[in-house]
Ligand binder design. Structure first.
Ligand SMILES: NC(=O)C1=CN([C@@H]2O[C@H](COP(=O)(O)OP(=O)(O)OC[C@H]3O[C@@H](n4cnc5c(N)ncnc54)[C@H](OP(=O)(O)O)[C@@H]3O)[C@@H](O)[C@H]2O)C=CC1
Ligand SMILES: O=C([O-])CC(=O)C(=O)O
Length: 270
């Protein structure tokens, strides 16, 4: 497979490591799209990678390279800047920064671009699980979903939580946000993508209730949710290991992207 990758931060670099490991999906070529001025550093970092790699700085160059699948791992602005062009050119895109779709205008733009190009936007489960059931149950009638995201204080650094709490001095759990998934995704673009994923699979961005918590005793990044529907009730608690390169991002997110790649290559999808 020829993989297109947008962004070269924690997720992309860790993913490239996974793809270099024995038994990895057969990605033989990677075209990486980075911001202008970042290409040299990315080229140097990937010099020894077993796949054939090239680094470009414009969406047109990524599209021209002809990747079989594109993965966006560049945050909400990366979705806005580069994903529409990939879709219009007929490339399916795994959008990791799902919360970007909380912007209705961008959501509609992606939808139109995908239709125009005959391509698909693939929303991975990311750091959360059970999306298959949430999505399936959304057809069963009225669905209610409440999500709680709990992370250690350091994972909320640089977010609005910084202004609301003394993160470094926190001695007990503090709930600093309650609201809709749409609001959470917009205000916490690096931490509330999971809320958007659950909402898009389930009752929608405005109906999904979200609580965000900083907890100095949290053993990792915790994602919990409760769903009730006419067909089933569901209670999920996930304890995720933060990734080494970014405390905000759980490692499971990167395995989830790897799964999307594996499912595109192998004969069986699971
Ligand atoms: N679905 C899910 O469950 C999850 C989704 N996420 C999403 O994934 C994103 C990436 O996570 P992670 O890799 O850990 O974050 P990092 O901050 O480590 O990496 C983000 C990278 O994206 C690059 N970037 C930012 N804007 C653009 C742009 N417009 N064009 C190209 N590159 C850009 C940055 O480049 P530069 O160095 O130039 O700034 C940086 O290298 C998060 O921001 C979050 O939105 C994260 C966790 C879970
Ligand atoms: O990786 C995580 O734990 C979840 C996350 O940051 C997000 O939802 O944006």
């Amino acid at each position: 497979m020829h993989l297109g990758l947008i962004g070269y931060g924690n997720i992309a670099a860790t993913l490239m490591g996974f793809l270099a490991a024995p038994g990895a999906p057969a990605v033989t070529r990677v075209t990486l799209l980075v911001r202008p001025g970042r290409a040299e550093a990315a080229r140097a970092a990937l010099a020894d990678h077993p796949a054939e790699t090239s680094v470009v700085e414009e969406a047109a160059a990524l599209v021209a390279a002809g990747p079989d699948l594109v993965v966006e791992a560049a945050g909400h602005s990366g979705v806005r800047d580069f994903v529409p062009a990939c879709l219009e050119a007929g490339r399916d895109v795994v959008v990791v920064s799902v919360g970007a779709l909380a912007d209705d205008e961008l959501h509609a733009r992606l939808d139109a671009a995908a239709r125009a190009g005959g391509a698909r936007v693939i929303l991975p489960a990311g750091a959360v699980g059970g999306i298959d059931l949430v999505s399936a149950l959304s057809a069963s009638g009225e669905v209610a979903l409440t999500y709680r995201g709990t992370k250690p204080p350091a994972a909320w650094a640089g977010t609005p939580a910084d202004e609301m709490l003394d993160l470094a001095g926190l001695c007990e759990p503090a709930t600093f946000f309650t609201g809709s998934a749409r609001e959470a995704a917009a205000r916490f673009p690096k931490n509330a993508n999971v809320a958007a994923t659950l909402a898009l699979a389930g009752p929608g961005l405005d109906a999904t209730r979200v609580e965000l918590v900083a907890d100095p005793a949290a053993p990792g990044n915790l994602h919990g949710y409760e769903l009730s529907s006419p067909a089933a009730r569901l209670r999920v608690e996930i304890e995720n290991l933060p990734s080494a390169g970014n405390a905000k991002t759980s490692v499971a997110t990167i395995y989830s992207v790897l799964r999307e790649i594996r499912n595109r290559i192998g004969p069986m999808v699971i």
